[in-house]
Write a protein that binds this ligand. Structure first.
Ligand SMILES: [Zn+2]
Length: 90
């Protein structure tokens, strides 16, 4: 294999260990919930989900689950966190 490609692969492996280098700007995903599938998205620093709970609360288990998976790759100012009272109440 070409030596410059070998270098890029090595760099990719290193970068993959440093997810804080990556900040998602936008994405949309199909989220298969227990009952229905939902479309959950992130754009312009804001979350959106088409489930009823999100409509009332501005957050939901789908956006929170994706945030847990993506972690530091969600810009800090857009992370919803999980208020203690909410995570124990639901
Ligand atoms: Zn939702």
């Amino acid at each position: 294999m070409h030596s410059s490609m070998i270098g890029k692969i090595a760099k990719a492996k290193q970068y993959a260990q440093e997810p804080e280098r990556i900040q998602f700007m936008q994405f949309a995903a199909t989220f298969r919930g227990e009952n229905d599938s939902h479309t959950t998205s992130f754009a312009d620093g804001k979350w959106h989900c088409d489930c009823n709970f999100f409509g009332d609360w501005g957050t939901c288990c789908h956006t929170m689950a994706i945030e847990r998976i993506l972690g530091v790759m969600i810009p800090a100012e857009s992370r919803q966190g999980e208020p203690l009272r909410m995570s124990t109440a639901y």
